[in-house]
Design a binder for this molecule. Structure first.
Ligand SMILES: Nc1ncnc2c1ncn2[C@@H]1O[C@H](COP(=O)(O)OP(=O)(O)O)[C@@H](O)[C@H]1O
Ligand SMILES: [Mg+2]
Length: 235
């Protein structure tokens, strides 16, 4: 269970999140909202990439401020741009790099886990391929694989399909759907969240709606119409 208690965050004197209280226990949670509304800040608070200016964030009782390393082992994070996440020259090395702290693994076990994970995320046979030569969709699959190989309990994805075409968006969405883990998905692709049981709408640093996907999308679209901006991803 992820808990935000009285969480506010400011960059300098600009408030970016204000008084957020949340208990995030559902298996699938999405976050939608306009550009600059505070979605990425909210997502980053969940694994301690951002620490709250006020209040606290805990994951299974671990405080992101005090127990940052333990929280990050529990909560994996996928960024919008996979190039920000891929660190090693080849596909296989990049996934193996995620296991560098697993001193309990023999080289054979490690290689097997890397191979299994590449297969699971549709990257079979690409282990020796230079990561920078992958397509955009393959890169995001690699970023996802390199996080999932560590078996986090929760996966937070910050607009993981924003840079992808429709086909690759569909592939990533299907991969996320299939995960056993808890997933918190920030997205502008409203069709992805329609079936979600719980969707948070963020507006100007506040969670202004918290409920089922269909209603959340309607709320967001009303909000955008009221402010005169066409909602991204709406047809
Ligand atoms: N590192 C930062 N330093 C200063 N301001 C930031 C930083 N990150 C985000 N902001 C500002 O905080 C607000 C919310 O940003 P963000 O959480 O990225 O929103 P979203 O993901 O919804 O677009 C924006 O006004 C943005 O300019
Ligand atoms: Mg963002």
């Amino acid at each position: 269970m992820i808990r935000l208690e009285g969480v506010s965050h400011s960059f300098g004197d600009q408030p970016v999140l204000v008084d957020v209280d949340l208990e995030l226990g559902e298996r699938r949670i999405a976050v939608i909202g306009a550009n600059g509304s505070g979605k990425s800040t909210l997502a980053r608070l969940l694994n301690g990439l951002v620490l709250p200016t006020r209040g606290r964030v805990t994951v299974d009782g671990l405080d992101t401020r005090r127990d940052g390393a333990a929280v990050r082992r529990r909560v994996g994070f996928v960024f919008t741009d996979p190039d920000a996440q891929i660190v090693m020259p080849t596909v296989g090395e990049d996934v193996a790099f995620s296991l560098r702290r697993r001193k309990d693994l023999s080289p054979v076990d490690r290689a097997r886990m890397v191979e299994d994970t590449l297969q699971r995320f549709g990257l079979t046979g690409l282990s020796d391929r230079p990561a920078h030569l992958l397509s955009g969709g393959q890169k995001q699959l690699l970023a996802l694989a390199a996080v999932m190989v560590t078996e986090p309990a929760v996966l937070v994805c910050d607009e993981p399909t924003t840079l992808l075409d429709l086909r690759n968006t569909g592939r990533i969405a299907a991969m996320l759907d299939a995960l056993a883990q808890q997933v918190v998905l920030v997205t502008h692709q409203l069709d992805l969240v329609l079936g979600y049981q719980r969707v948070l709408v963020v507006d100007e640093g506040r969670v202004v709606f918290d409920g089922p996907g269909g209603e959340a999308v309607e709320h967001y679209q009303r909000l955008m119409r009221a402010s005169g901006e066409p909602p991204v991803g709406a047809s």
